[in-house]
Design a protein around this ligand. Structure first.
Ligand SMILES: NC(=O)c1ccc[n+]([C@@H]2O[C@H](COP(=O)([O-])OP(=O)(O)OC[C@H]3O[C@@H](n4cnc5c(N)ncnc54)[C@H](OP(=O)(O)O)[C@@H]3O)[C@@H](O)[C@H]2O)c1
Length: 290
């Protein structure tokens, strides 16, 4: 049944949620294309697919989706997709005061603008067939701003949520459905990268946030130890493409469900106090000017 609907595309397919999604799609019989940023990463994807016995259904594409002009230029070489899964993303760690404008723009470019560019490229064929799915991988971080030192990641995911809501209204009349996935914490490549960024920043002795970066590092390491593998997210993504009537949003993971259920009822002042304490953001306790 699945193959009749046409192929699917997953961005950021060499690691974490993207890799798990490609393997789940392929195991369900979908002809699955996955973007990666280098030939070596294409090899990683191809090997994982072969090891899982689904190599024939998996097509790695070397395409850096952070380059919007490249996406547009390369799109005519790709098949008409039934579904695109905007998964590629990362977390730019740093206090608002210390993240440069260039790094902030890059975070928004990759996590927010890229999904819009991919959707723009995929939509003409979807509209022509009066069918298609656009799945945007957001986060619980797109629902509640709860992670100090992650303002730009939050901003990118809140933006992705808003863009997805508007896009859903714009394209529903053409038979195209837009779905948002909101995972909690899962064990992927994202936490080690965040932890390494925090470790690097925690060496900056002149930073007023040095203690918070050190705390961030230990927190990220702890999360990486206890977080579950990304298979549940991958299965949810495949379900969002296969089901006849997808939900607008899928919360994934016990932590995401708990946070979504509780945060609306906790006064923001309480949230701020608890999170500042947890993140070791108690500020400079020396007298002013000393
Ligand atoms: N893991 C979680 O706990 C969690 C929770 C909520 C949401 N998410 C979201 O899930 C998505 C997938 O992340 P993941 O957790 O699976 O992390 P991951 O294992 O690090 O995978 C991220 C993927 O995105 C690609 N990517 C990262 N930065 C990129 C850039 N600047 N330009 C182009 N591609 C880039 C990576 O390619 P390279 O290997 O080439 O860098 C990789 O293929 C992200 O959108 C993330 O925000 C993750």
């Amino acid at each position: 049944m699945a193959t009749k609907l046409g192929p699917v595309l997953v961005t950021g397919a060499n690691s974490g949620i993207g890799l798990a999604s490609v393997l789940h799609f392929a195991a369900r019989g979908w002809d699955t294309w996955g973007t990666v940023r280098s030939a070596d990463k294409a090899e990683v994807l191809a090997t994982a697919a072969n090891d899982a016995g689904v190599g024939a259904h998996v097509h790695p594409v070397v395409l850096d989706v952070s380059d919007h002009d490249e996406i547009v230029a390369r799109w005519p070489d790709l098949p008409a997709f039934h579904a695109v899964v905007n998964n590629a993303g990362y977390s730019e760690l740093g206090a608002v005061e210390e993240v440069t404008a260039e790094r902030a723009r890059r975070q928004l470019d990759v996590n927010l603008v890229t999904p819009a560019v991919i959707a723009s490229c995929a939509l003409p064929a979807m509209r022509a067939r009066r069918a298609g799915r656009i799945v945007n991988v957001s986060s619980i971080a797109g629902r509640a701003a709860i992670l100090p030192m992650n303002a730009w990641y939050h901003a990118s995911k809140f933006g992705l949520e808003a863009m997805s809501d508007v896009l859903r209204m714009e394209v529903a009349g053409f038979g195209v459905q837009v779905v948002v996935i909101q995972p909690g914490f899962f064990k992927t490549g994202i936490e080690p990268r965040a932890s390494a960024q925090a470790a690097e920043r925690s060496t900056h002795t002149d930073s007023p946030y040095q203690r918070a970066y050190a705390r961030m590092r230990t927190t990220a390491e702890l999360i990486a130890k206890v977080a579950p593998p990304p298979d549940l997210v991958a299965r949810t993504i495949v379900h969002a493409v296969e089901t006849r009537r997808p939900l607008k949003r899928y919360l994934v993971g016990a932590d995401a469900l708990t946070l979504a259920a509780t945060t609306p009822f906790v006064p923001r002042a309480v949230t701020d106090t608890v999170l500042r304490f947890t993140a070791d953001l108690r500020g400079d306790r020396r007298p002013a000017g000393s």
